[in-house]
Design a protein around this ligand. Structure first.
Ligand code: PEP
Ligand code: MG
Length: 579
């Protein structure tokens, strides 16, 4: 009988590019059984001492993780652990454990497990994303404390000495912080989407990652050999000799390409017929700014400001925002920094903001809709951006604009802020460019009427696609229906391009579509002036731009024909299309 292991492929979403190969390490989240054993009343004080020392040990572990992640990827992500520290110090929780211990005379790990589970379950059942997050914090800390009481090593540390592909249901911030980037070759998770915490962390750490692999943790075992393709989101367990040989070639090509691309760092994103495209980077956190010039981007085309504030209890004031924006603006000047005003709501909820649960959050009270109704949140941000505009090439754009009245009202609020700053004698750039994100079909269709009011359009294809073809961008079940080159999406983009051209304003694309080099010819053919992509994708998009001749294709009026004609011009760098 043939006992050769059979190759099995799991399909998910590639969210952090690269190929990884190695043995799998499955991280299963559950705690092993916590035994409940009666104790003698005389042992209670010893149990309390054990409990106290487990809390201290847990606190030290959390502080160490906080330190580790602050060094690896910046202080904001490390701030997530403040919530965990609060759990270890929570008097209500600790006092209830002590009371129960005195009353019931059972071992402390069982008591703590019961009390903490009760707290987490209660919070988890409340229909509020913030409280659900806190429930996860309690569970995370509870597992650590129980393991410390049991004298077991924390779940993630030490990992096996061998480098491995980590397979998990979902990674919590504390799991991600425990990752040893030299040993974690790749990440594969059951859950997740491009905007999930796992994806954000993986990209920051430049670890190839695939998410949305459904129940892969139930189907694979630690130790099995696997290949992870972070471009296409494939996890291949027990790869066949053919697959290995295929990916061997891919990896050789990948390292050649990386070397070739690194040489482009100082070169400009100019097409073969001399057209310059502004190729900029998207950032989520101020610390990401270092990777912008490192990858040869020409400034920042999308700064998602709301990310800075998602794990806090209160929104920052004008001064704190000003200091942050000016630091980012100064580091990229003379290149542009396009600051997108808060896109809160939907899947992004900040502490201190009461966005009650909604049936359809992506169609709900988010972004500009929320800001216009909350001038006490919006105006400090606008003033901070205006003040930073004095110190760099700052531009501002509004997310989720759906029509003219909304855009006008947002601009009026900028004008009010300008008057307030002028009368207080505070300097700002009176000529600062203002743009509208075009990410709702109504805005694309009415782009002509919006163009009069702005200096530029930036197309947010992530949202535009989900709204145009009614495919939830974070739902892994229907991810196969999420089609950037759907004719309806292309028509909407064409409408925006035509409106921009007619009204003599520039337009860019800052959604994920801008980083898909198969679509670069199409976007250039439509006349895009700027592409803004995640920093690691800048070199390959630059290379694609440098190989194209858009003037040739523009002479063809049919968009489909444009696509057909440019296909032969694809560079041999289309690593996204491999596999
Ligand atoms: C988009 O929608 O394409 C976009 C760039 O914004 P976000 O992904 O933050 O919604
Ligand atoms: Mg968007």
């Amino acid at each position: 009988m043939n006992s050769e292991p059979v190759e099995t492929r799991f399909h998910g979403m590639g969210v952090s590019p690269g190929i990884a190969r190695g043995p799998i390490q499955v991280m299963r989240d559950e705690l092993e059984e916590v035994d409940r054993c009666p104790i003698d009343p005389s042992q209670v004080s010893a149990e309390i001492a054990r409990f106290e020392s487990a809390l201290v040990q847990t606190r030290i572990q959390i502080l160490e993780m906080q330190q580790k992640i602050a060094e690896a990827i910046g202080t904001k992500d490390a701030g997530i652990f403040d919530a965990h520290l609060l759990v270890v110090e929570d008097r209500t929780l600790i006092d209830e454990v002590l009371r129960k211990l005195e009353a019931e005379h059972v071992n402390v790990e069982a008591v703590f497990h019961e009390v903490a589970t009760k707290y987490a379950d209660t919070l988890g059942q409340i229909d509020d994303p913030y409280l659900r997050e806190r429930a996860l914090d309690i569970q995370d800390v509870m597992r650590r404390v129980v393991r410390n009481l049991q004298g077991k090593a924390p779940k993630m540390m030490p990992l096996p000495g061998e480098a491995h592909i980590l397979v998990a249901h979902n990674l919590t911030p504390s799991d991600a912080a425990s990752l040893d980037r030299d040993r974690v070759l790749g990440i594969a998770t059951d859950l997740g989407s491009r905007t999930s915490h796992t994806a954000i962390m993986a990209r920051s750490l430049t670890i190839p990652a695939a998410v949305g692999l459904h129940d892969v943790t139930e189907q694979v075992e630690s130790g099995a050999m696997a290949l992870l393709d972070g471009y296409t989101g494939l996890l291949i367990v027990n790869p066949s000799p053919e697959t290995l040989s295929y990916y061997g070639k891919v990896e050789i090509r990948q390292s050649e390409v990386t070397k070739e691309l690194a040489e482009l760092r100082e070169r400009s994103a100019t097409t073969r017929d001399g057209e310059h495209i502004v190729l900029s980077a998207n950032i989520e956190l101020p610390d990401d700014v270092t990777s912008v010039s490192a990858h040869g981007a020409e400034g920042i085309g999308l700064y998602r400001t709301e990310f800075l504030y998602l794990d806090r209890d209160s929104l920052p004031g004008e001064e704190e925002q000003y200091q942050t924006y000016r630091r980012v603006a100064e580091s990229v000047r003379p290149h542009p920094l396009i600051i997108r005003t808060f896109d809160l709501g939907g899947d992004k909820i900040a502490g201190g903001i009461d966005v009650s649960d909604e049936l359809n959050p992506f169609l709900g009270w988010r972004a500009i809709r929320f800001c216009l109704e909350h001038p006490e949140v919006f105006k400090p941000q606008l003033r901070a951006i205006l003040r930073a505009s004095e110190l760099g090439n700052v531009k501002l754009m509004f997310p989720m604009i759906s029509g003219k009245a909304e855009l006008r009202r947002a601009i009026e609020m900028v004008d009010e802020c300008k008057s307030e700053l002028a009368s207080a004698g505070i300097p700002f750039n009176t000529e600062m460019q203002i743009g509208a994100m075009i990410e709702i079909p109504s805005a694309a269709i009415c782009a002509e009427s919006l163009a009069d009011d702005v200096d530029f359009f930036s197309i947010g294809t992530n949202d535009l696609i989900q709204y145009a073809i009614a495919v939830d961008r974070v739902n892994e079940r229907i991810a196969h229906l999420y089609e950037p080159s759907h004719p309806a999406v292309l028509r909407l983009i064409k409408m925006v391009a035509d409106a921009a051209q007619k009204h003599n304003i520039w337009f860019g694309v800052c959604g994920e579509m801008a980083g898909d080099i198969e679509l670069t010819p199409l976007l250039l053919g439509l006349g895009v002036d700027e592409l803004s992509v995640s920093p690691a994708l800048v070199p390959r998009v630059k290379s694609a731009i440098r190989g194209l001749m858009p003037s040739l294709h523009r002479s063809n009026p049919s968009m489909c024909a444009i696509k057909d004609r440019v296909t032969p011009l694809r560079l041999p760098l289309l690593d996204q299309s491999l596999a």
